[in-house]
Design a protein around this ligand. Structure first.
Ligand SMILES: Cc1cc2nc3c(=O)[nH]c(=O)nc-3n(C[C@H](O)[C@H](O)[C@H](O)COP(=O)(O)OP(=O)(O)OC[C@H]3O[C@@H](n4cnc5c(N)ncnc54)[C@H](O)[C@@H]3O)c2cc1C
Length: 309
């Protein structure tokens, strides 16, 4: 017997979708090409500790369902409120605090939250799907198929992205580790105002709560485009920019670069998900602004819609 739904993509949108389907009593399986689920909720162990390389944090927002999930994570110690204040740093390194909504982080890294959502689901990891048609995955019957991934990745499987083509922007994440903290104690994270190379710097030890002297820097899309073939080449210009912006006098003891070819959609679609018979799509482009909460809400909404049909 085939499953009711096959979700291709085990990021937070695919997992939220699968949970909604399972909770409604339907059968569902998730296929992901990664060794572990999580997608852009990505924590990689570097020098013995997890570092968040994808999403920097998440905001709970208005979505009531996501609010419940986060409240439960907090209760179980999986998620923690991080900060509502970042700095905006200008070209001369002058910092101005900027207040906003509470940003949340995860002590064990954001991927731990995806792993939690995956508990009890039928997941096949390390499965690279190559071809998707309505009701079929790699030529086999698959029930309703959901593509829960960036549209350009979906387009590789279907010929054209469900719901239409979307433009996506790249980011290179650069991890910089020092032996000791080199920046001010009240710096949680910083937006680099107008910098050509750096868009955001996060203090990974601060957000995770272990105080490790590690920064994760996200490049601008322009800087990333120049290094998609060789992400390590982004380290030198990024380091120069960060040392200038945060007035750091010494080089880090370790560096690491990770490429996100499809980090964020240039524009969100404004619609909650895409649905057509046998082939649907969800993810962070489906909503008002590309973010973790949008991806969860999109997957959850699509899962409910499929389960109800
Ligand atoms: C650098 C960066 C910074 C970010 N910062 C923030 C932030 O601060 N706050 C915030 O809210 N959001 C942030 N985001 C966005 C956030 O990470 C995403 O909105 C969210 O994680 C998207 O989840 P998703 O499930 O839609 O997609 P993804 O997490 O991309 O999941 C797609 C999944 O599909 C799988 N897949 C793809 N192709 C195949 C295939 N052929 N076969 C099988 N599996 C496949 C992938 O392995 C992946 O697991 C950031 C993202 C990046 C990259």
């Amino acid at each position: 017997m085939t499953t009711d739904v096959t979700v291709v993509g085990g990021g937070i949108s695919g997992l939220a979708c699968a949970r909604a389907i399972r909770d409604a009593g339907r059968s569902v399986r998730v296929l992901d090409r990664g060794r572990r689920v999580g997608g852009r909720l990505s924590s990689r162990t570097i020098d013995g500790r997890p570092v968040d390389l994808g999403a920097s944090y998440f905001v709970v927002g208005e979505a009531e369902g996501f609010g419940h999930v986060v409240a439960e994570w907090e209760e179980r110690g999986l998620a923690r409120p991080w900060t509502d204040t970042f700095q905006v740093v200008d070209a001369d390194g002058v910092q101005t605090p900027k207040h906003g909504p509470m940003r949340w982080a995860a002590p064990a890294g954001l991927r731990s939250l995806a792993l939690d959502l995956a508990e009890g689901l039928d997941i096949t990891a390390a499965r690279v799907v190559e071809r998707v048609e309505p009701f079929r995955v790699d030529g086999e019957e698959a029930g309703e198929v959901v593509l829960a991934m960036p549209a350009p990745q979906a387009a590789r499987l279907t010929g054209e992205a469900p719901g239409g083509a979307q433009e996506w922007e790249p980011v290179i994440a650069v991890v910089l580790r020092w032996d000791e903290r080199q920046w001010e104690a009240d710096l949680h994270g910083a937006f680099a105002d107008g910098d050509p190379d750096v868009s955001f710097v996060a203090d990974d030890g601060d957000r995770r709560g272990d105080g490790a002297p590690v920064l994760v820097v996200h490049t601008t899309a322009d800087r990333a485009r120049r290094h998609l073939d060789d992400p390590d080449a982004a380290i030198a210009p990024v380091l120069t920019a960060v040392r200038r912006l945060l007035r750091i006098g010494v080089d880090p003891v370790a560096t690491y670069a990770h490429r996100w070819t499809f980090a964020r959609p240039a524009q969100a679609t404004g619609r909650p998900f895409f649905r057509s018979p046998g082939l649907s799509a969800c993810g962070d482009a489906w909503g008002d602004s590309a973010a973790v909460r949008t991806a969860w809400s999109s997957g959850d909404a699509l899962g409910r819609a499929l389960a109800a049909s």
